[in-house]
Ligand binder design. Structure first.
Ligand code: SF4
Ligand code: SF4
Length: 67
């Protein structure tokens, strides 16, 4: 089973990962992080295929993908 997680502290809310995910399972949170940004989160881990598109595109290396 795959699992994608975001370190909210490092996320700057650019949204690139949301657009990159082929399974459309990444959303921006309503909550904000310590820096004042909405951050990304995976809304359905069961659909993650560990393609790492989100990981590759994130400019701040905030994403971890485990398989
Ligand atoms: S690893 Fe792929 S499927 Fe999983 S959240 Fe990232 S982009 Fe989406
Ligand atoms: S690409 Fe990285 S910095 Fe941008 S919203 Fe996604 S996790 Fe946050």
């Amino acid at each position: 089973m795959a699992r994608m997680t975001v370190d909210s502290f490092y996320c700057k809310g650019c949204g690139l990962c949301v657009d990159a995910c082929p399974k459309d399972i990444i959303r921006m949170t309503v909550d904000i992080n310590e820096k004042g940004y909405h951050y990304a989160e995976c809304v359905d881990q069961s659909k993650c295929i560990a393609c790492k598109m989100c990981y590759v595109i994130c400019p701040d290396v905030a994403i971890t993908v485990e398989k």
